[in-house]
Design a protein around this ligand. Structure first.
Ligand SMILES: Cc1cc2nc3c(=O)[nH]c(=O)nc-3n(C[C@H](O)[C@H](O)[C@H](O)COP(=O)(O)OP(=O)(O)OC[C@H]3O[C@@H](n4cnc5c(N)ncnc54)[C@H](O)[C@@H]3O)c2cc1C
Ligand code: SF4
Length: 411
């Protein structure tokens, strides 16, 4: 049963990837490259694939994106590169994510080492959080010759790459391999270390030339009526323990999920893939206002999830939840073995001394009121996706380098 949960869909072969790359119109000033938040440059790497230079394609991806194999699998391409693809005017856009996956799988199979640390400049940077933003910031800083220490509260690195996105969409071995490349470059990760509890911000500031806060939104939101109820679990807790156990968890006969975003879709699809017979998703929005991407929603529907749109929980008694429709006079009562809340995540910046509004920096950019402290990733303004975290990780590293550059030993 768990096999289906763990298996990602097969990727391209050498023959099929060539067929897909051959559809590319080789645009001048390619709009797909301009639309990639991390500047992974699909136009350039697809051109290399067309000329059978897969190594060159891998170099293009890595130059710009330390998490290229991950982005290939999880980017909402329909919002970014593929939305801009000129081929859409003829039939369907090029499968850019699929081609990127082929190239990065080749890179891994060939054990290519493209990224290298620069010569040491004698400066030290601390990064709080090892999610995609922290990992990309570390890579860019290592390339520029900084030494980097990452402090991570969990036992493993990766943030939501490791503890959130399900195995069937993002296999753990791909995440582990991407992270190993970065530790091989010299990033030193201190696990099980909560900054603000096990170590203070003042300690990090005293020991480093700059500190980057990349803590994401790693805590789940809870509705007061569901607090202290044994039948209730949060989406990120469910997804984290399922991914860590590779799907080998105790399963309910029926589950009620509350929430209608992509995280809710991951939960309901995972439950169905694991074999839970009755999965109902109660969604605040009505179908025409859904927040989940069409791809994720279609995946949940294919698995046979029952979706009731426009309903909100009104009361709960143990395993029994009463839901009311937001607009019409309709009420339903659902009894479930497990109730999973997927109503969003929030940031816990306790004792870090940074000012956030609604879990986000109050103004655009990466600087804080403290000249030694920078923020990046989901807590910086902008889209909350992995590819944006990569872009923000690169940008904060570039900003720090432009500020500290004049003080370096190698100047
Ligand atoms: C279930 C789920 C599915 C998703 N699916 C997709 C997808 O398909 N595509 C996509 O593009 N995006 C997806 N996202 C969003 C994406 O994962 C985030 O935008 C991205 O991970 C943000 O990166 P980050 O580095 O800012 O933060 P995070 O990934 O949240 O990492 C932050 C890290 O900081 C650590 N940390 C926090 N506080 C402290 C502290 N005080 N001391 C030490 N360490 C600390 C945390 O443990 C964590 O490891 C998904 C999110 C979830 C929850
Ligand atoms: S990194 Fe993501 S958005 Fe950028 S080209 Fe690759 S798949 Fe598209």
């Amino acid at each position: 049963m768990t096999k289906k949960y763990e298996t990602e869909t097969p990727g391209y072969t050498m023959t099929t990837v060539m067929e897909e790359a051959a559809r590319c119109l080789l645009c001048h000033d390619a709009p797909c490259s301009a639309a990639c938040p991390a500047h992974t440059d699909p136009a350039k790497f697809i051109r290399s694939v067309r000329f059978r230079n897969v190594k060159g394609a891998a170099e293009t991806i890595r130059e710009n994106n330390a998490l290229g194999a991950i982005c290939a699998r999880v980017c909402p391409t329909e919002k970014y590169c593929e939305l801009a693809c000129s081929r859409s005017g003829i039939d369907v856009p090029i499968d850019i994510g699929g081609i990127q996956r082929y190239v990065t799988d080749f890179e891994q199979a060939d054990d290519m080492h493209i990224l290298h640390a620069g010569d040491s400049n004698g400066m030290h940077i601390a990064i709080i959080g090892s999610g995609p933003a922290g990992l990309q910031a570390a890579t860019t800083l290592l390339e520029k010759g900084y030494s980097v220490d990452i402090y991570e509260k969990n036992a493993k690195a990766g943030g939501y790459l490791t503890y959130g996105i399900p195995e069937y969409r993002l296999p753990s071995n791909i995440v582990d391999y991407e992270i190993k490349r970065i530790t091989d470059m010299g990033a030193n990760i201190h696990f099980n270390t909560i900054i603000g509890k096990d170590m203070t911000m003042d300690q990090l500031k005293a020991e480093n030339d700059a500190v980057i806060v990349a803590i994401g939104a790693s805590e789940a939101k809870m509705l007061p009526m569901f607090e202290n109820n044994d039948a209730v679990e949060t989406a990120v807790s469910f997804l984290a323990r399922t991914k860590q156990a590779k799907g080998n968890i105790d399963l309910p006969d029926n589950a009620l999920v509350i929430g209608g975003g992509d995280v809710a879709m991951d939960v309901v699809t995972t439950l169905k893939k694991l074999g839970v017979e009755h999965v109902t998703d109660a969604v605040y929005e009505q179908f025409d206002e859904f927040r989940a991407s069409k791809k994720e929603l279609a995946g949940a529907e294919r698995e046979g999830v029952t979706i009731i749109d426009g309903y909100v929980p009104d009361s709960v008694n143990g395993h029994t939840v009463t839901l009311k429709h937001r607009h019409i006079n309709s009420e339903m009562t659902i009894e479930a073995d497990t109730i999973i809340l997927a109503i969003g995540q929030e940031t816990n910046a306790k004792n870090l001394g940074i000012k956030l509004e609604h879990g986000e920096a109050p103004s655009a950019g990466y600087k804080t009121h403290d000249p030694k402290v920078f923020i990046t990733g989901d807590i910086a303004q902008g889209d909350k996706t992995v590819v944006y975290a990569v872009q923000k990780g690169k940008e904060v590293a570039g900003e720090i380098d432009s500020i500290l550059g004049g003080n370096r030993d190698d100047q």
